[in-house]
Design a protein around this ligand. Structure first.
Ligand code: C6P
Length: 404
């Protein structure tokens, strides 16, 4: 097994300086850093393999097609999907959610209901609002308590035979809350509602199994899993993907085209119109291999230590309040400080080389619930260290002293 220093050495960016100080990267919720193997794979693809896929008989095209399709199988295994054709390449989490929202427009009608939660990212709110506006369906929201935990009893009260979809985040990007995914899905299925799980923040922290969860759709972005931006995955159950219309029309998603009628290609191609992000997909495959080589056992242990230590040390800072204290949470720590604006805090600690995110984190309704404009958020990954938590705490104390 690699040591933490060996792991950190895999990520070239982690050894750079920012503003004359060693980078302390604590914005992993926004995007994770890329190991050298992922960067190399993308370069190698363009240097040696670049070609369009599913289209050519020539060697390069076949090699690129093979490499791309192998990633589909890797992701299938990574998520434990039943079939590789249940894995659809997308542009990211947002792309996957919009794809399903668009494909459901023919099956959702006035009087139907879609349930989301109070802690959703805008990507899992706005597409459903748009669908509701178009169809006359109603959007309902599962409330949370002050700790940032879902009120499951309220969910049980609001779900009915009118509910057609329950779309919710597995793990909150702003609070770190890990939701009781299997329970939410089980209840939805009792009412024959479909379920979509936003896995954007979940994939990087622990092993996931879409069959065990029994979700109908699961989405994530490669860039939050140490892979490149601009590529993501939509998992959907075979029978459901077969029963809904495609999202976009174009090349590769068709079987036959005449001016009178088009017939669609089979899964997964039905949902993959046009030339995809081939290099990105290949980068994702290497990222999946990399994460698995580190192992979720190590990742979970490291992140638990970081969460516990950071929570303990941040709580010692006078006037600092952590937003998001769910019993089951991942290593994302959002906080507010009395009399200090998150933007000012983020700007000053950046001068000390510390990267944190400030603002509403694309969860404005959640910020409204807590009656705050935003938070400062430190989101950790397995390559972060206890020493970096100390740098953060020291930096925050210094910044707060300057701002008060
Ligand atoms: N959250 C954050 O800093 P995209 O942009 O499509 O890769 O992911 C959107 C998204 C959807 N759901 C959740 C739970 C997310 O956290 C995100 C992205 C980043 O928290 C950027 S806003």
């Amino acid at each position: 097994m690699k040591t933490i220093n060996q792991i950190r050495a895999d990520f070239p960016i982690l050894s750079r300086e920012v503003n004359g100080k060693p980078l302390v990267y604590l914005d992993n919720g926004a995007t994770t850093q890329k190991p050298q193997v992922v960067i190399d794979a993308i370069n190698l693809y363009y240097e040696n393999e670049n070609s369009n896929i599913h289209r050519g008989v020539h060697t390069l095209s076949q090699e690129a097609t093979d490499a791309y399709e192998q990633v589909r199988v890797k992701v299938q295994r990574f998520l434990n999907a039943k079939h590789s054709h249940e894995i659809i390449f997308t542009s990211g989490t947002t792309g996957g959610i919009n794809m399903i929202a668009s494909s459901l427009r023919t099956s959702i009608k006035s009087g139907d209901e879609i349930i989301i939660t109070a802690m959703e990212h805008h990507s899992n709110i706005v597409p459903w609002q748009m669908l509701c506006e178009e169809t006359g369906a109603k959007l309902k929201v599962i409330p949370i308590n002050k700790k940032g935990e879902l009120l499951i009893d309220e969910y049980k009260k609001m779900i009915s035979s009118n509910t057609k979809l329950v779309a919710f985040t597995h793990t909150s990007n702003s609070l770190g809350t890990i939701n009781p995914t299997e329970e939410i899905i089980k209840i939805a299925h009792e009412f024959e509602a479909l379920t979509l799980v936003d896995g954007a923040q979940a994939v990087t922290h622990g092993k996931l199994d879409v069959q065990e969860m029994d979700c109908d759709f699961f989405v994530f972005s490669a860039h939050k899993l140490f892979g490149p931006t601009g590529v993501g995955i939509l998992y959907g159950k075979e029978e459901i993907l077969n029963s809904i219309p495609p999202y976009q029309g174009g090349g590769d998603m068709i079987k036959t085209v005449t001016f009178e009628k088009t017939t669609y290609n089979e899964l997964p191609h039905k949902f993959e119109a046009g030339t995809p992000n081939i290099a990105g997909g290949i980068g994702l495959g290497v990222a999946v291999d990399y994460v698995q080589s580190v192992g979720f056992e190590f990742i979970e242990k490291q992140e638990k230590e970081l969460l516990e230590y950071a929570t303990q040390e941040l709580n010692k800072i006078e006037g600092l309040k952590i937003i998001g204290e769910a019993k089951n949470k991942t290593c994302v720590i959002s906080f507010v400080v009395d009399g200090v604006h998150p933007f000012d805090l983020g700007t000053i600690v950046d001068k000390l080389g510390i990267a944190v995110r400030t603002g509403h984190h694309c969860t404005q309704p959640l910020m409204d619930f807590f009656q705050i404009p935003g938070t400062t958020r430190a989101s950790f990954s397995f390559y972060n260290t206890i020493e970096e938590v100390d740098v953060l705490v020291k930096g925050l104390k210094r910044a707060i002293g300057m701002l008060r």
